[in-house]
Design a binder for this molecule. Structure first.
Ligand code: ASP
Length: 345
């Protein structure tokens, strides 16, 4: 048992990226919807085919979210619609396309928050819910709770009439290959260390990130944020990251901003990243850009915690910050002008 904790602790430390990047996007005014599809692949591993698929997924998500807003829908409707599109796209690590756990399963986490009422909903470790973001929203709107996990979340989602799938639905060749790769490396490392333990988790050099998220501002001035993920490749079963944790991976507050994060979840939980950004805007009276830069590119960077956040403030100003090489991201203004980016462009 002790050895297990030591191994996991060591893994967490070593999983932290030795990143040196630091980037922000310019502040864009009049944005009604911003999205991300995670940090994604390092440039050296990116192929033109994959990049094209990523860009298409982001574009489709922006279109779906904007259509909701144009039809008079709320920020919550836009966030849910955009995230559902990304969950259904196998190229991103959420819904179909989720990463595998150490045990070879897919366990999904998601959350959503309403900036007007500060109501929130989340599900974690679900294995049969096709669109976890809709389950998170149902928890927020149709239950007395904020977070449901595992079997309870699945029974609740079923009773709510949400689409239920066989766990095999989430399987993709891309992620299956990724976990096979990790298992191979683990086996080699175990052989070398002479450790026959079954539970030793060998940290992998570069975990696969690809969480999705969205932030929106509707015509009534209401902000919303949501995040959805398969988590981190090779996570232990039952491990829950920041994405379904309100104040860590997701936060929305009409007085300040809506935020969705991606990156190494353990650090985002420990640093309460999304709430820290909101708190800086509120109490330090800094801009959303200054706040997100401080948290992502100073606080997290200083401890080698890789990650990024997208922020839409109450006035419709959108920006992002990342200490990773890339961030799959996009945003769209009220008059329909959109941007989709992967690295620095
Ligand atoms: N933040 C997610 C987690 O730790 C992973 C990611 O963003 O890709 O579960």
């Amino acid at each position: 048992m002790i050895r297990w904790f030591l191994a996991l602790g060591m893994g967490m430390g070593m999983l932290a990226a030795t990143n040196s990047a630091s980037a922000v996007d310019e502040v864009t005014p009049n944005v009604v919807l911003g999205i991300h599809g995670g940090i994604g692949e390092d440039k050296k591993d990116m192929t033109p085919e994959l990049e094209e698929k990523v860009r298409a997924a982001l574009h489709a998500a922006l279109k779906a979210g904007k259509a909701k807003l144009d039809g008079g829908g709320s920020g919550l409707d836009a966030v849910e619609a955009a995230i559902r599109v990304m969950e259904d796209d196998p190229v991103l690590n959420a819904g179909k396309g989720a990463v595998f756990t150490h045990e070879g399963r897919n366990e999904l986490d998601s959350s959503i928050m309403d900036g007007k009422t500060k109501k929130a909903g989340a599900v974690a470790s679900v294995t049969i819910v096709k669109n976890p973001i809709s389950a998170a929203r149902a928890v927020m709107e149709k239950s007395k709770h904020v977070m449901l996990i595992g079997r309870g979340a699945e029974v609740f989602a079923t009773r709510q009439g949400l689409e239920i799938v066989d766990p095999a639905y989430f399987w993709t060749e891309f992620q299956w290959k990724a976990i096979q790769d990790v298992w191979k490396k683990e086996a080699e490392a175990k052989k070398q260390s002479g450790d026959a333990s079954d539970v030793l988790e060998i940290p992998i050099a570069k975990p696969h990130y690809g969480t999705v998220g969205a932030v929106a501002l509707d015509k009534d001035g209401n902000l919303a944020a949501g995040t959805s993920t398969g988590g981190m490749t090779n996570k232990m079963f039952g491990r829950i990251g920041d994405s379904p944790i309100i104040g860590a991976g997701t936060y929305a507050d009409n007085e300040t901003a809506a935020i969705s994060c991606t990156g190494h979840g353990e650090f985002f939980i420990r640093y309460s990243v999304s709430h820290e950004i909101v708190a800086q805007i509120k109490y330090k009276k800094v801009s959303a850009k200054e706040a997100v830069e401080d948290v992502i590119n100073r606080q997290l960077k200083d401890i080698n915690a890789e990650g990024a956040a997208i922020v839409l403030d109450k006035d419709g100003k959108f920006t992002t910050a990342r200490n990773s090489e890339g961030l799959y991201r996009g945003w769209i203004t009220a008059d329909g002008k959109f941007q989709v980016r992967v690295y620095d462009e």
